[in-house]
Design a protein around this ligand. Sequence first.
Ligand SMILES: [Zn+2]
Length: 253
Amino acid sequence: MLTRRKMMTTTAATISATTVLPFAASGQVSENRFATDGGNIQVYPVNHASFWMGTPNGVIYVDPVDGADAWEGAPSPDLILITHEHGDHFDLETLNGIIAEETVLVTNPAVYDMLPEDLKARATAMANGDEGEALGVPIRAIPAYNLTEERLNYHPKGRDNGYVLTIDGFTVYIAGDTEDIPEMRALSGIDLAFVPMNLPYTMDVNAAASAVAEFNPTYVYPYHYGDSDIDAFAAEVASASDTQVLMPGWYEG
Ligand SMILES: [Zn+2]
């Protein structure tokens, strides 16, 4: 499994050059790299809600959009996770441009239904609550939905996914587009979380910070935040928990 690692140092240098981590000085995390039992996980933000991770089990892309060019220089994906059908998360043209021979896809059922047959053949649909495995990584599909009356049409309950991956004992929660739902607040044992905040589509920074303080991951990336005040988010999290907020900059590509 370890031989599947194919990090490209040139890419690492390019992408993390602009990375500024407020807590890098703590020595616990630097350059978006996290230690697992079997090696490192390295996170590369691409844009907004799109990123990839190099892991001991392979290369994982999350919600790849923006065209194949945006992913140039990244190693080809072993696994692609898609949370839901909106254009900032799912784009067929990008998928067709980046997918490799061996790539497997995990999507929510609605996106699965939108895939052409050739992509369906290598895809697995996971509904809210489903558990599965890809690249030897256990995956849980977590609900992702709006709670606020006037936002319910954006992400209706039951359709979209977040994912919890356990990579070598290191647990990663990718929230998708959601508000501070009870299923998020009830999570425990999360090492690294990606939590969205932007209005009107997801939630404000207060709701996001409140939820993060409750499920208390070791590290959190605010992502999918648009022009939200992520400094306010970071301050609120810092005042209410010992979660470390990581802000590498998601819109600098
Ligand atoms: Zn979105």
